[in-house]
Write a protein that binds this ligand. Structure first.
Ligand code: SF4
Length: 503
């Protein structure tokens, strides 16, 4: 395996430099050191050294074929007279970061002979960047130029980001950022654990007799959050029930959850109420009927793939036929905004298999479709057992991404949200497509970080957005379900302290 070693004698932009190098060398082993001795002790086919000299950031590189150094001249943050120091330190840092990433990207293109679709952007929210530029008064053409020239994003991805940013602006125009917030409710149980899963999800079978205890804790947290947010004069805009798989709950348990939400928050004035039904093997007519008793506006039925052999490999333990049935059942019950999630880049799937999935999806005609590029995170069993899947191809390429986009357009959908993940195959992105009035507002809110999102349940990570989105604090709940149940008062107290301090 090709080995890379990076020595950080200056760590200011360690994360960005590391991520950009890794984006160019996704299959390589990368070692990081902080002293020369540490780096000397590890081997590396390609070695980098990052250091600062005066106001220059230098990156030395050294391999058998090439060696040299690139540099970026940093702007100064300090003025001798504090009153004359006119630049915001965040702005200065951002400019310096952009400079070193620009130089490093050019070097990596030279070393590898290839470019990346998202240029030197390593963050997960390219549309947020485009949105920020447009909101600052730039025209679309100016924002596009900036993305292409400063961040070296391909013309195609630039167009995608700008299109999405504009659609998001239109969808969010009625959302009250200042006084509103959204609520995420986590149900961390699944019928079985998918091979690629990196969420904290628990197999229902082992937890069945403790689900009610989980709901006890969850309801307590819901009630507490409602009191806290009312005291702050905040109005609830959207609710998203996700997981895990919310429809692992039995109808009576769903009722208990919905009643608690209704009693605590009321459903009047909600801009959106989503239940991610998720796994088709958890969806029944009774559960859908229970959901229909409440003003749920949007649900998800997630196939991921419509190829049975892949479903078997990735451990989803449901059939393609079950997906079709669950979808049609939901339609019969009157759900008029159904999303379907797909994953491209699954083990063994080539373009013809993706074509088959898309053909099946078209027949079902959902209202929105979210296309994920497979991201293998460390925790996923797919990664742990990767030797077992070594002979399989994990294929994702622009042709596949184009095909998903073309199919979405043919179904009358356009892109409305976008995010990238670490370890994403081929450095692509996840894109949500929706028909004109069927976009998932919560999905945009979480990506654009415009308003607080309070997350309840095990593993919930609340984002306390303040200062018009400039600052974000997080309050985390414990991931472990049993810890969550037994330490619920502590979770509530954490939230109370965070909300008190930041909202
Ligand atoms: S359905 Fe989703 S949350 Fe549940 S195991 Fe599969 S990937 Fe994880």
């Amino acid at each position: 395996m090709f080995k890379i070693s990076i020595l950080f004698l200056d760590r200011e932009f360690e994360h960005d430099i590391y991520e950009l190098i890794r984006a160019f060398y996704p299959e390589s082993e990368i070692n990081v050191s902080y002293t020369r001795e540490e780096q000397d002790a590890v081997s590396g086919d390609l070695r980098f050294r990052v250091e600062k000299q005066d106001q220059n950031c230098l990156i030395h590189y050294d391999s058998e074929e090439r060696r040299g150094v690139i540099s970026a001249e940093f702007i100064q943050g300090q003025s001798s007279d504090a009153l004359l120091c006119c630049k915001d330190p965040h702005e200065i840092r951002k400019e310096n970061k952009d400079k070193i990433k620009y130089a490093l990207y050019q070097l990596l293109v030279k070393l590898t002979g290839r470019t990346l679709p998202w240029g030197n952007l390593t963050g997960i929210r390219p549309a947020k960047l485009a949105m920020g530029m447009i909101e600052s008064g730039m025209k679309n053409t100016e924002a596009a130029k900036e993305m292409r020239e400063r961040y070296l994003v391909s013309p195609q991805k630039t167009a995608l980001a700008i299109t999405i940013a504009n659609r998001e602006r239109e969808i969010l125009k009625d959302i009250d950022y200042e006084n509103g917030y959204s609520l995420y409710v986590g149900i961390p149980f699944c019928p079985s654990i998918c091979l690629y899963c990196s969420f904290s999800s628990y197999p229902l079978k082992q937890w069945q007799d403790r689900v009610d205890l989980y709901l006890d804790a969850l309801v307590k947290e819901i009630q507490a959050v409602s009191r806290m947010m009312k005291a702050k004069g905040r109005v609830l805009d959207t609710i998203y029930i996700g997981g895990g798989t919310p429809t692992t709950l039995e109808p009576e348990q769903l009722k208990r959850l919905f009643d608690a939400l209704e009693d605590s928050f009321g459903f009047d004035g909600l801009a959106e109420f989503t239940v991610e039904a998720g796994r088709p093997d958890s969806i029944t007519a009774e559960k859908l009927a229970m959901i229909r008793n409440y003003p749920v506006t949007r649900i998800s039925v997630n196939p991921q793939t419509m190829n049975q052999e892949t479903l078997d490999i990735i451990g989803r333990r449901h059939t393609v036929q079950e997906t079709r049935q669950a979808f049609l059942l939901a339609r019969e019950q009157g759900f008029d905004n159904i999303n379907m999630d797909l994953i491209v880049g699954l083990p063994g799937e080539d373009i013809s298999m993706v074509e088959n999935t898309l053909r099946e999806i078209r027949e079902l005609a959902p209202d929105s479709m979210t296309v994920h590029s497979l991201a293998v995170k460390r925790a996923a069993r797919l990664n742990i057992f990767k030797d077992r899947y070594q002979e399989m191809t994990f294929e994702n390429n622009q042709q596949i991404m184009d095909l998903t986009m073309k199919t979405a357009y043919e179904m009358g959908m356009g892109p409305y949200y976008l995010y990238r993940q670490k370890n994403m195959k081929g450095n692509f992105e996840n894109v949500g497509y929706a028909k004109v009035d069927k976009a998932g507002i919560y999905n945009i809110l979480i990506m654009e970080e415009k308003q607080p999102i309070i997350a309840v349940g095990a593993g919930g990570s609340s984002k306390l957005v303040h200062d018009r989105g400039k600052r974000i604090e997080r309050v985390e709940n414990v991931k472990d379900v049993w810890n969550y149940i037994t330490r619920i008062d502590e979770m509530i107290e954490r939230k109370r302290a965070g909300i008190e301090a930041w909202l």
